[in-house]
Write a protein that binds this ligand. Structure first.
Ligand SMILES: N[C@@H](CCC(=O)N[C@@H](CSC=O)C(=O)NCC(=O)O)C(=O)O
Length: 273
């Protein structure tokens, strides 16, 4: 691991890192906020389409609340970079910056686009072994909210709690999800449901902690891509505790995230400390 930059902020440090990933077989970058003193737990933040390791740490304003709760956050990049695979840089919603946190199975993505394993295993182990923190939760936004729900629901023994802002909750039936899953997983839709939070709940995956979601009613992607109500109805029918807060007039941006991030940190602190 290489520390690239460090800035003192609130009761800790905001830092930028790189490391060689054995899973993606590329250099991967991530940012952290690490409070001074004993760290009680770590929240993984997964960002959305077009983001890097910088968006959340520079825009969400989470450091003060994290410092108060003695919690660390780690924000990985949203895909491998620099591979120049065919089609990788043609659009904002596929390839670079748009991994959808799946393990790709089809060429030319299968060798490197293993972001599910990268987050659930390699980054998880790095938090435990390098940062010496063993209580870990997961949250994210949009594509990253989808990633947090899927990785958390599939690994309840590893992730103590899950939360999401404006998540894509049913990607197998959304245009963004269809495009990404076709490109990473192939045309056989039977393989897609392992990466769809609503489908995972339908097939018996559950998390013991209550899931927290914030969704803006003014979000331009709500009706076409996010489909929040599909998860709400399914969670209700399978008795997965899930609190969905519809926030009047808020859009899909980091201004929305910054408004409610304190509530998400408090939610995770309840399970991590
Ligand atoms: N057409 C837009 C889409 C990009 C966008 O809105 N990205 C969101 C996440 S969307 C779902 O995953 C985002 O977080 N953007 C970064 C930010 O800092 O706001 C475009 O290409 O701009």
């Amino acid at each position: 691991m290489k520390k690239l930059k460090s800035h003192k902020s609130f009761k800790g440090h905001t830092e930028f890192w790189s490391h060689e990933s054995s899973v993606t077989k590329t250099e991967m970058k991530f940012s952290t906020f690490i409070p001074e003193g004993d760290v009680e737990g770590c929240i993984i933040w997964l960002s959305g389409l077009t983001c890097t390791e910088e968006n959340f740490i520079s825009k969400a304003g989470a450091q003060k609340a994290l410092g108060k709760k003695n919690l660390m956050v780690i924000c990985p990049d949203t895909s491998p970079r620099g591979l120049n695979l065919p089609g990788e840089n043609d659009s904002y919603d596929f390839g670079t910056g748009a991994s959808f946190y799946v393990n790709a199975t089809v060429a030319p993505y299968a060798d490197n686009y293993k972001m599910y394993d990268y987050i659930a295993n390699e980054l998880y182990d790095l938090i435990v072994n390098e940062f010496k923190v063993k209580n870990i939760s997961i949250m994210g936004h949009s594509m990253g909210g989808h990633g947090a729900l899927v990785i958390g629901l599939r690994n309840p023994e590893k992730f103590k709690s899950i939360s999401a802002f404006s998540p894509i909750v049913n990607p197998t039936v959304s245009p963004w999800g269809n495009k990404a899953f076709t490109g990473y997983l192939g045309a056989d839709k039977n393989t897609w449901s392992a990466y769809d939070a609503t489908e995972l709940l339908k097939t018996g995956k559950k998390h013991p902690a209550s899931i927290l979601i914030h969704q803006g009613t003014g979000d331009e992607f709500l009706a076409r891509e996010l489909l929040t109500n599909n998860l709400v109805e399914t969670a209700d029918s399978v008795k997965q505790e899930c609190v969905v807060n519809y926030a009047e007039g808020f859009d899909h941006s980091y201004y929305f995230i910054a408004t409610f991030i304190k509530e998400h940190i408090k939610h995770h602190a309840g399970y991590l400390t």
